[in-house]
Write a protein that binds this ligand. Structure first.
Ligand code: PRX
Length: 652
């Protein structure tokens, strides 16, 4: 835990008194326009979730116990059986909706595919059989390292169908990061592609996949999707083309009945230490809450809505709000492979117009980028199909909220600012768009069935003001722990405040009871909505032979939320270029973790006990007054740093 207090950030937020009640027009067709769901959940949250589970999810066997809560371990719908892939596919086909479009996929170069629920269901069954033929059995972990192509969803759902937990690794991560995750999960099969398209070019994935497989010793087979037709080397007996496996496979594969508490997937995320955590999610509770939130937070009308979540399937948002939530609800959605500025800065708006997107879910960092590109980009397109907007991943500043509201939402679309985490599995704090009056920058209130509370250092409830965001009751989609490390699970989330889940975020509650999430207060940075731990980047820097010591902080950045700033002490007389170190971090972790700025320094500010004073480093990075430095072992260090910072402008 760093020495920050959430209150420090809180002053930064201007008092925001604009309010936006849902319009009569939106309310006319909205699924929720009153407080009934909240009231029902407040009376008995377990009964409430059981009602949702029964209404929204298909169970092969009913549960015996709704909740078995042995703090900090929750089991939901114990004894129940279900299959996530059946819920996302077969049940829609059986209900007569097989011809409905599940995915309008668009590749970055402009190629498109339209995939119905029947087609998706058949492809998933074929691939399930192919995985089985490669020796994948219930309980085996399968790694997925793919671009944003429909096969990513197929692969996840095929794993779910046969009970093999998947571990998806974002395609932008380096081979080293992939190898670490394969090794930790002991994955048996890796599913990857020749490459994908990004910024108009092919980025090859297979070489990184090969390096990762070589660095680990559990992968028996590699499945390769042909996407970009770049040359790849195939290892005889180990590597298989996806399309050949699909062609040869039987199109029928009955879904494996899974226990509610069986592991559905692992997803690695950064924590305060350098080692990523394999966050575990089980089946029944996760399916219940993702289906519930996708339906009610996005006010989904599955027959008329065209939903688009711009996240990558490699992150939790892609898991819960591209694959499991929307597909469980039988939604029609858009999936896009590439970047928002190819071929022009209006690509997103072109897609919205083309597919008549009605619900758009994106990240504040993207919205700030669109602001920079100017309102003339969206103005080139007819965005009148949009009726609801969402954001996720980081706090949204009120200016960005207002810009989104005005230039994308045409002042008519409600905005749902959704707070949640990889660990929570599904949305926890958010407006319900037909019922909640929103305020720009506030995620408003915990959703029905979720108990959030802001508390102070001593664990006392804060009725108004700043503190720590905690959750007091178990929720169905909560993580079932950290893969292979139960102690870290307890230490990370349950040790700071007794009997509460502490999310790592600071937050403020205003006089109307609205929650304003201010961001991380631990050593985790939030860069463009992605969590990266300071120590992960420090370890990557120190692994370079020229680096003796490194300290990394996240500094406020107008575009990416936070930017990674590194202070580096070189070894003896060693010299190394900034560019080389940034590339080194990219190969160690991935491009998203490259420091924006690197300062070389002969020393770092430390307390007398040797702890690096990150707050001071952040002050330096953000050009703030340094305040009290008397607790430092050597106060002259920061003066020197501040001088260097003012002399050396940020490196892009
Ligand atoms: O700091 C919070 C921020 O993102 C963190 C979770 O990151 P991750 O597990 O990668 O999941 C991101 C997508 C769910 C949180 O601890 N965060 C997420 N949503 C919001 C947010 N901060 C403020 N407002 C949000 N709506």
């Amino acid at each position: 835990m760093s020495d920050d207090r959430p209150e420090q950030n809180i002053d930064a937020l201007l008092a925001e008194d604009r309010t936006f009640p849902p319009s009569d027009e939106f309310k006319r067709d909205a699924l929720v326009t009153d407080t009934d769901l909240y009231d029902e959940a407040a009376r008995d949250d377990e009964a409430f979730w059981a009602t949702q589970a029964a209404e929204l999810v298909h169970w092969d066997r009913e549960w015996d116990t709704i909740l078995d809560w042995q703090l900090p371990y929750a089991k939901w719908f114990v004894g129940g059986q279900l299959n996530a892939s059946y819920n996302c596919l077969d049940r829609h086909v059986e209900a007569g909706n097989g011809d409905k479009v599940a995915l309008h996929w668009e590749g970055e170069p402009g190629d498109t595919r339209k995939i119905t629920y029947t087609e998706l269901c058949t492809e998933v069954q074929r691939f399930s059989n192919a995985l089985k033929a490669l020796g994948v059995a219930k309980g085996d972990v399968v790694n997925i390292y793919l671009p944003m192509i429909p096969e990513a969803a197929v692969a996840m759902l095929a794993c779910a169908r046969i009970g093999a937990p998947h571990s998806v690794v974002f395609g932008g991560f380096s081979s080293q990061s992939l190898a670490d995750r394969i090794i930790d999960a002991k994955a048996k099969v890796l599913i990857t592609a020749d490459g994908g398209y990004r910024r108009g070019e092919v980025f090859p994935l297979k070489p990184a996949a090969d390096e990762a497989v070589a660095a680990s010793d559990t992968i028996e087979h590699v499945v390769v999707v042909r996407r970009s037709e770049n040359d790849v080397e195939m290892v005889d007996g180990r590597d298989h083309w996806y399309h050949e496996l699909i062609e040869a496979a039987d199109p029928e594969c009955p879904p494996e009945p899974m226990d509610s508490e069986d592991l559905l997937f692992l997803l690695y995320t950064s924590g305060t230490t350098g080692k990523p955590k394999g966050i575990m999610h089980s089946t029944g509770g996760y399916m219940t809450q993702t289906t519930f939130t996708h339906k009610y937070v996005f006010d989904l009308h599955p027959d008329t809505d065209v939903y688009w979540c711009t996240a990558d399937v490699g992150w939790v948002t892609g898991h819960s709000y591209i694959v499991y939530g929307p597909m469980s609800n039988g939604a029609t959605q858009v999936m896009y492979e590439g970047v928002p500025n190819h071929p022009g800065n209006d690509r997103f708006w072109d897609i919205v117009e083309k597919y008549k997107v009605t619900i758009l879910y994106t990240a504040p960092t993207a919205i700030r980028t669109f602001m920079k590109w100017g309102p003339e980009e969206p103005a080139k397109h007819d965005l009148s199909s949009l009726r609801l907007l969402g954001t996720v991943g980081e706090p949204i500043n009120p200016e960005a909220w207002m810009w989104y509201h005005t230039h994308i939402g045409g002042e008519r679309c409600p905005i749902v600012d959704t707070w949640w985490q990889t660990e929570t599995g599904a949305i926890m704090i958010s407006p319900l768009p037909g019922a909640t009056t929103t305020k720009p920058g506030s995620a408003t209130f915990p959703i029905p069935g979720v108990s959030g509370e802001i508390i102070d250092d001593e664990g006392r409830t804060v009725d108004q003001g700043g503190g720590y965001l905690t959750l007091t009751r178990p929720w169905p989609a909560m993580t079932r722990g950290i893969w292979g490390d139960p102690e870290r699970f307890v230490e990370t989330y349950w040790a700071r405040f007794p009997d509460r889940y502490f999310a790592g975020d600071g937050a403020r509650v205003d006089s109307d009871g609205y929650f304003w999430v201010m961001g991380r207060i631990d050593d985790v940075m939030n860069v463009s909505g992605h969590r990266i731990s300071t120590s992960e980047v420090e370890s990557a820097l120190v692994s370079h032979p020229a680096v003796a010591e490194a300290a990394v902080v996240g500094a406020n950045d107008p575009m990416t939320g936070q930017a990674i700033i590194a202070y580096v002490i070189t070894r003896g007389t060693a010299q190394v270029e900034v560019k080389v170190l940034r590339e080194h971090v990219a190969t160690q972790i991935g491009s998203i973790a490259k420091p924006k700025t690197i300062y070389f320094t002969p020393d770092l500010p430390k307390t007398r006990s040797g702890k690096i004073m990150r707050r001071l480093l952040r002050d330096v990075a953000e050009g703030r007054n340094l305040g009290d430095t008397t607790t430092l072992a050597d106060a002259s260090v920061v003066d020197e740093l501040a001088k260097r910072a003012s002399e050396a402008p940020a490196e892009e």
